[in-house]
Ligand binder design. Sequence first.
Ligand code: ADP
Ligand code: MG
Length: 234
Amino acid sequence: IDDLYIKNEKLAVVSQLAASVVHEIRNPLTSLKGFIQLLESGIGNKEEYFRIMNEEIEKMEAMTSELLFISKPPVNEKAWESVQSMLNDVTMLLNPEARKKKASIVWKQSQDEIKVYCNRSQIKQVFLNLIKNAIEAIDHDHGIIEIKLEVLSKHVVISFIDNGPGVPENIIDRLGEPFLTTKENGTGLGLMVTKQLMSQHGGEMKVVPNEKEGTTFKLRIPIVPHEKNTKQFE
Ligand code: ADP
Ligand code: MG
């Protein structure tokens, strides 16, 4: 009964998501169709049409690649992975983007290596989503994204602390809803995927506004996942 219940609940989430994905993809498709008609008619500025069409295609591309991530079966892909090594990979990848915004990613690497039993590419995706959001949020030239690691008895807590403008108040309680975005070219899927991947690992994500400025996103990841968490996705 329990199994069936879980499956039904998952199905409901998936079909809801599918409905919104269809909706979100239909808009760029309609617009592409319109531009093709315009091109056929020979009216207007071709280069401009191609530029917009390209943007619409990129939007669909970004959405589908993010969604692919949650539909990938995570089974049998878990191993003991070093948190520091995963963070290293992601910060190296994002450093150029941070530099462009005159922001820096800081992280005291003095700690002993911390290993958790997880899917490496999924946890890296989570780190990437949070650090990328922090970089994108920063709107001044002294941006700092600080990463802190804490080891509790059964969990690792990883904090991503930025000094950006903070999450807009009207959406802070809705973070993780699909397609919730304040960015012109955002997909609004990053935090939803992050939450999903965290729950697949028996972990969680928490958002805390900083006292002075900016936001802290906290991840709590179990070092050894509870049996249920590994079995659930077979
Ligand atoms: P996207 O990045 O495509 O907009 P996300 O799910 O990653 O989608 O984020 C949703 C929204 O949450 C963002 O559009 C932004 O408004 C807000 N947000 C996320 N992280 C931060 C942050 N570090 N600082 C301020 N706002 C943030
Ligand atoms: Mg994002």
